[in-house]
Design a protein around this ligand. Structure first.
Ligand SMILES: C[S@@+](CC[C@H](N)C(=O)[O-])C[C@H]1O[C@@H](n2cnc3c(N)ncnc32)[C@H](O)[C@@H]1O
Length: 280
């Protein structure tokens, strides 16, 4: 079968099919335009057919490929972790804006999943000491692999430290306090109709282990646990749902944080809220 025949017959969106051709068969868009009639090798064709079938069954492209690009880094992903979203880059931008480019800092990522946020920060701020927490051992294993592949072994802030467990309780006694705590926690309400479209991603990442009608159960706990562990003038910044900004700002104010405000995502919706510990 030729490249062009497969493209027309594969039954998946053209943009996705072009990515599969490039990634699995090594056929760039330019090569396709120049030689659409070129035959696909049987091994490539078999791989493309398998990948096409998974996409037609509704599996996300990132799981089929085994990677997703986040903040310019190609992260390995699999069904044990949430696929990192472009909107979450807003949280990374916030973190970077509040960390000195070359200064030391203590940073914690709660619910790290693939390690996307922690690794992006560690990549951009080489002197920051970065720690990540997750309650899924499989997710942490993936985060560790991503960090090993994407970060220099000899970065000044050291290799990221990964802790298995429930939010702040996962930290060892000597973990210290933090200049910045970031989190993209589970925040989808247990009866949210969008969950059906997200069925390939882990429920633990979306709804969490403390399902609640408003989706805020984990955020309430996390804010209460994290705020006392901020250093003077340290920031806590959280991603949340499109309709949760006001409630999250209230939670941040209630634990005594200052400068509480929300940031908008690429669609102009308030999707990250942050607050700062008082000065010394
Ligand atoms: C929405 S995902 C975010 C993943 C990643 N940070 C990202 O932005 O792509 C939430 C993560 O929180 C983790 N998680 C859920 N409940 C947790 C808990 N009680 N303690 C620690 N991590 C938890 C899930 O396993 C999941 O990896």
């Amino acid at each position: 079968m030729s490249r062009d025949e497969w493209l027309r017959a594969c039954g998946v969106e053209r943009a996705d099919a072009l990515v599969l051709l490039r990634e699995l068969a090594g056929v760039s868009r330019a090569a396709l335009l120049a030689h659409p009639e070129a035959a696909l090798e049987p091994r490539c064709l078999a791989q493309l057919e398998r990948a096409g079938a998974r996409l037609r069954a509704g599996e996300p492209l990132a799981y089929v490929l085994g990677w997703r690009e986040f903040y310019g880094l190609r992260l390995e992903v699999g069904p044990q972790v949430l696929i990192p979203r472009a909107d979450t880059e807003v949280l990374v931008e916030f973190a970077l804006a509040h960390l000195e480019p070359c200064g030391p800092a203590e940073v914690l990522d709660l619910g790290t999943g693939s390690g996307a946020i922690a690794i992006a920060i560690a990549h951009e701020r080489p002197a920051a000491r970065v720690q990540g927490v997750d309650t899924s051992a499989e997710a942490l294993e993936l985060a560790r692999r991503n960090a090993r592949r994407l970060l220099p072994a000899a970065r000044p802030g050291g290799v990221p430290l990964w802790h298995l467990g429930d939010w702040m309780q996962a930290l060892p006694p000597d973990a210290g306090d933090f200049d910045l705590i970031v989190s993209n926690p589970p925040y989808v309400a247990e009866d949210d109709p969008h969950l059906q479209a997200l069925r390939h991603e882990p429920a633990l990442a979306l709804v969490g282990g403390r399902a609640s009608a408003d989706g805020l159960a984990d955020i309430r706990l996390l804010v209460a646990q994290a705020a006392p562990r901020l250093r003077a003038r340290g920031w806590l910044a959280l991603e949340h749902g499109y309709d949760q900004a006001a409630a999250v700002r209230q939670l941040l104010l209630r634990v005594g944080l200052r400068e509480v405000h929300s940031l908008r995502d690429l669609a102009g919706i308030e999707r990250v809220s942050a607050g700062r510990a008082p000065g010394p």
